[in-house]
Write a protein that binds this ligand. Structure first.
Ligand code: SAJ
Length: 412
């Protein structure tokens, strides 16, 4: 018989909320905790405060049958999952203050035998820190045998792709790093409740580093593609054809260049490695720099194109950080648009089919949120920033005789 009947999830964001809902659907009594009263209110009416495919439907069911309840304070449970953000501070130093606050907030509710899992992406050694903060608040747990005996702690990093979260939560393999072997075993029992993929057990530090390595691997590979795109431009070669042809080799798989790397994971997590071992992580640091520089390359190209006209209309196609999502956070497409909207004096249009209103940092500029076909019609210069489905459908006849700056290679 599985020992977990109740669960408390701290942090109801892009990872915590779907995780809480899936556990609730699997039969656990789940308390979801978030500092935002607005988020809590919305969740308790069965509506997610974030956009994720099929999440609203799932949430409605588990809230209606009482298996998921959101609140602003933690509650007692058999297991706890912490899924709060870990941004970085100045100089790319990881900010663990949310993890610390979450840990201290659950401390009074921990009973002997409880399991605490940290899912947030964290630098190496942070799960040990969580244990130290907990035992500082609860010396009685330490006296009763500490971690691995009186209670159990593990790191189980999330690996889901935004837009496919509910599918990947269930299907993906998981890495579970225990503070002790027994901690890892207990955490496996929890995740096996709904995970269909395999659960691989290791120690906490390896699990922490595995998560960072996955995202750093992708970042380095995207940086390679981005660097190739700059080199190809200089040599007057079509980078898209170059990559397509190179990828015909059976052991080559170059990723796609773009306007830069966005989102809250790939552009952030590699810095945790650089911060931990600055002298050793040379390639990983350089990849971050290459990717962070790419928006500037696009900005320079647009400025050059604008100089060729008297008073052109420029359309920025896409603001999200990647295709077919509405998430504008840490988006190179948005950064490029904001910078040019503030610098250029021509007429400008922003096209983002997944939003209904311009974000705050574009609101007091000249730029107008415009529907796809209207923008294509009006623009002299089309700057393709996101490979949304809607943009792939624009016929080539509509784009003829316009200057095209296609950062995603969809208009070949
Ligand atoms: N990008 C490119 N070229 C590519 C692929 C991506 O420029 O060939 C850009 C995207 O446009 C976007 C950024 O990279 O701006 C990141 O997008 P992504 O789709 O690569 O990844 P995320 O940030 O949505 O999700 C990643 C995933 N990690 C890996 O694929 C190794 C996901 O599985 C993780 O769970 C997630 O980070 C996370 O939460 O850490």
């Amino acid at each position: 018989m599985q020992p977990f009947k109740s669960l408390c999830v701290i942090g109801l964001g892009y990872i915590g909320l779907p995780t809480a809902a899936v556990f609730a659907k699997s039969g656990l009594q789940v308390t979801g905790v978030d500092v935002s009263e607005k988020a809590v209110k919305s969740i308790n009416t069965g509506k997610a405060h974030i956009v994720e495919v099929d999440l609203d439907g799932l949430l409605q069911g588990v809230v209606a049958n009482g298996s998921l309840k959101a609140q602003t304070v933690p509650a007692e449970a058999d297991a706890f999952i912490i899924a709060v953000p870990t941004p970085f501070k100045e100089d790319h130093v990881p900010d663990l203050s949310y993890v610390e606050a979450a840990t201290r907030s659950i401390a009074p509710f921990i009973r002997e035998g409880n399991l605490i899992v940290l899912e947030s992406t964290i630098p190496p050694g942070a799960t040990d820190k969580m244990v130290a903060w907990l035992e500082e608040e609860r010396p009685d747990l330490k006296d009763a045998g500490g971690v691995g005996r009186a209670y159990f702690a593990a790191h189980c990093p999330e690996r889901v792709l935004p837009g496919r979260v509910l599918i990947e939560l269930v299907q993906n393999d998981r890495i579970i790093g225990g503070i002790t072997d027994e901690c890892a075993e207990r955490a496996r029992t929890l995740y096996e409740i709904f995970v269909n993929g395999d659960c691989y057990l290791t120690n906490a530090r390896t699990a922490e580093m595995a998560k960072l390595s996955e995202n750093a691997f992708r970042d380095v590979n995207i940086a390679f593609a981005n660097e190739l795109s700059v080199i190809a431009d200089k040599l007057s070669i079509d980078v898209w054809q170059l990559i397509e042809l190179s990828n015909k080799h059976p052991r080559v798989n170059i990723l796609q260049p773009g306007p830069g790397v966005g989102g809250h994971c790939i552009a952030v997590d590699p810095w945790f490695i650089v911060d931990a071992v600055p002298n050793e992580a040379r390639l990983i640091r350089t990849a971050r720099e290459v990717n962070d520089y790419k928006p500037q390359v696009v900005i320079d190209k647009v400025k050059k194109a604008v100089c060729r006209f008297k008073n052109p209309t420029v359309a920025f196609m896409g603001l999200a950080f990647k295709a077919d999502i509405d998430d504008l956070r840490s988006s190179p497409a948005l950064d490029i648009t904001v910078q040019l909207a503030n610098e250029l004096e021509c007429s400008m249009l922003a096209v983002e089919p997944n939003i209904s209103e311009l974000p705050a940092n574009l609101k007091n500029t000249q730029i107008k949120l415009t529907e796809t076909f209207e923008a294509v019609e009006q623009a002299d210069i089309l700057v393709l920033l996101v490979d949304h489905k809607a943009f792939k459908r624009i016929p080539s006849s509509k784009r003829a005789e316009k200057i095209i700056i296609d950062t995603r290679g969809i208009w070949g």
